[in-house]
Design a protein around this ligand. Structure first.
Ligand code: AMP
Length: 308
């Protein structure tokens, strides 16, 4: 099986009520690759960076089994830059600045040895880029998962609708689900969004977990209650990487495996928020992940016997 990841690789500057980062490495595809490579390798990456992107970061990803043949390096240009400020609840944030830079005129090229793709993860970036990758694949992948955000709903809604039509699983957060559907109830929003194309919809609710919808079925995964949340940036992408990485490793796309996938995604996201940027993801061992998944089992396990 092989997994293609498409998305931004970037610099981020983050402010939380408790601290502030300098310009650090981030980007949707960066987080997805760090997360998914725990479960499946190689991860075949498609993105674009400027000459300012640290070569050392690219080397670390390669050492993890992330193929970078599809990552264009534009030496004379600047990498995508995003800055955001979290509110007191650490669940909501404002984008302070988005500088598209190299992402502004990115034309992705799918290398020949990526054509065996069975799992396609369309991470957050311009919908026109996401659709171009789908169109370059000679055979349809077994599963196409897509993430997006309000920025693209505000600036490229027409293109976004075209991609949404072509994907199997769409991932959005709760406010994006409401914006996309115009519905307040998440159940009504899910129904409306699934009518736009995807058979499955995942709605992320930050510290309140995630919902998986398919037809009339719904499954809920909690988020791990954590004492310290340092930086939520990338949690959604890390979730997506865990989700699709798990499905690819199981070679199965049934609803049951997707349920396990959203638990794996939630476990991975719970690590991401513990340090700034990708720092926590870089130090994880298999034992750390196994332990955390066990914590999710404990968190949701209960017996009920009602008396007569
Ligand atoms: P998340 O916290 O999972 O929503 O993802 C945050 C990551 O998304 C950051 O590392 C940003 O670099 C990246 N990002 C923010 N805005 C955009 C955008 N408009 N397009 C692509 N990537 C973005």
């Amino acid at each position: 099986m092989s997994l293609i990841v498409v998305g931004s690789m970037a610099f981020d500057a983050i402010e939380t009520p408790f601290g502030k980062s300098d310009k650090i490495v981030g980007g949707a595809a960066t987080y997805i690759a760090w997360s998914a490579s725990n479960f499946t390798r190689p991860v075949k990456q498609i993105s674009v960076v400027g000459g300012d992107f640290p070569k050392q970061e690219l080397k670390m990803l390669e050492a993890r089994g992330v193929l970078l043949e599809g990552v264009q390096v534009k030496e004379k240009e600047k990498s995508f830059f995003w800055s955001g400020r979290y509110h007191m609840d650490m669940n909501t944030r404002d984008t302070l600045e988005t500088q598209l830079n190299v992402l502004g005129n990115f034309r992705p090229v799918v290398p020949d040895n990526y054509q065996d793709c069975e799992y396609l993860m369309l991470g957050n970036l311009a919908p026109s880029v996401q659709i171009s990758v789908i169109n370059q694949l000679k055979s349809k992948p077994k599963l196409v998962v897509m993430d997006t955000m309000n920025f693209w709903m505000d600036t490229a809604m027409k293109d976004l609708e075209k991609v949404i039509k072509k994907v199997d699983v769409l991932l959005v957060n709760d406010s994006e689900a409401r914006q996309l559907s115009g519905q307040f109830s998440l159940v009504s929003a899910a129904r409306a969004i699934m009518e736009m194309g995807p058979k499955y919809l995942i709605i992320k609710k930050g510290e309140h977990g995630a919902l998986l919808f398919n037809d009339d079925k719904v499954f809920f995964a909690p988020a791990l209650p954590l004492e310290v949340v340092f930086d939520p940036t990338g949690a959604g992408d890390t979730f997506a990487g865990g989700f699709i990485g798990h499905l690819a490793s199981k070679k199965d796309i049934s609803f049951e495996t997707m349920k396990a996938g959203i638990i794996v995604g939630s476990a991975m996201a719970s690590f991401c928020v513990e340090k700034f940027g990708t720092a926590r993801l870089k130090e994880l061992t298999r034992a750390d992940i196994d332990n955390r998944i066990q914590m999710f089992r404990e968190l949701t396990k209960f017996n009920i016997e009602l008396s007569e």
